[in-house]
Design a protein around this ligand. Sequence first.
Ligand code: BGP
Length: 481
Amino acid sequence: MAFPKGFLWGGATAANQFEGGWNEDGKGAGVPDHIRGGTVSEPRLWDKEIDPNVYYPSHQAVDFYHHYKEDIALYGEMGFKCFRLSINWSRIYPTGMEETPNEKGIEFYHNVFAECRKHGIEPLVTISHYELPWGLSEKYNGWTGREVIDHFMRYATTLFNEYKDEVKYWLTFNEINIGVNSFGRIMSLGMMGDDHQPMFKMTETPEEASDRFTALHNQFVASALAVVKGHEINPEFKIGLMIAGSMIYPYTPNPLDIKEAQDNMNMKNWFCGDVQVRGHYPYYAKRYFKDNNIKVRMEEGDEEILAKGTVDFYSFSYYMSSCATVDENAKKSAGNMFTGIVNPYLKASDWGWQIDPVGLRIYLNEVYGRYEIPLMVVENGLGANDVRADDGKFHDDYRINYLRDHIKAMAEAIEDGVELMGYTMWGCTDLVSASTGEMKKRYGFVYVDKDNDGNGDFHRERKDSFYWYKKVCETNGADLD
Ligand code: BGP
């Protein structure tokens, strides 16, 4: 049997896509609470002022805030060993700038962790999953402001102290490498632009790119400080990084394509991991910054902080792969934040993400070969438009096939010698899509009655994949049929 004893099987969520209760019990607004819904062809827009006549998907999300007992019981029924969730920063510090935390917010997560414990589930907590409090975004232009590091540290220290006996596994920033791309300005770095603009900004000036890399640098510093602080508070903590992982293959054997793929892998995939695992900026970043006229504003002492605060493990999301080429006419594909070129050997999901389980095995080997620290797959799954069958049920065999192939790829990688701690499938209960804001793009083992416009009563139903994954968890991955 490939999977080691104690392998952390489970599912993953993020507060802004899952919780709802956006202004309940003292919670402040977060950046996602200002972002409207959209689709692949109609990009999500965002508003500086929340408009009471507009529908914002995060406001109710799928109402985990009032369904957490039921949801965690369903995870217990499936045999989850681990549940990945994020803490909503603005539930703890409503504007991000308060001196003392919101007690109701603190209490909510104590209740959630107590429920997890009841079902024998280990929580895995993302401290920041695209959830900067709106107050900080507005005051400091998001992470561009160096001051945000101190606000983050107050928040992270509160979490570490409060939950030190309930949570062992932590991730600092979700998909931190999204900030490498101009796409990541609003969602990942909380950097404000003009009102009512698409959430994903596609182009920018060198000055704007310099601000963005400065914001990302501030996240590196914040993450490193948090790792050190967390270990001081509880030496047993395991604190990891989180990368949007992807293989980017050369489109052809043309050496220029191979160089293109290497450059893409370096900056889009490896850059953040290199800083957070090795504790310093990688050599190739210098040339990238020079060629793109980017000036990162760092302070004295930052190098020491980065060197000290290296992570305990490497976690990542993996949905797809893509290709890179110098051929400007090659066909572009959609994807998880990073787009690339269509691979003729792969099929794509309904949302155009190219399905590549072998790529997961390759990726696991590449990452482990590079860093030799424990790895964890903390997101993987298939976004699909689930339709109720005539018998009233959801027969999502396409999802089962996707997951089975990826789990088999993990088993192969473990046989290859990779040290893998666990697997939390993304969106174990249907939730709001991060990129499009849709409900229609569903990932879950558990169906939630809610549509793209917010209609529905939020009741939960088990899909076929629910029963399949229960078997996977119970047999520690031995029975994948
Ligand atoms: C990752 C994010 C998640 C999640 C997932 C699926 O990038 O960490 O928050 O949403 O992708 O993406 P989407 O919701 O756009 O389908």
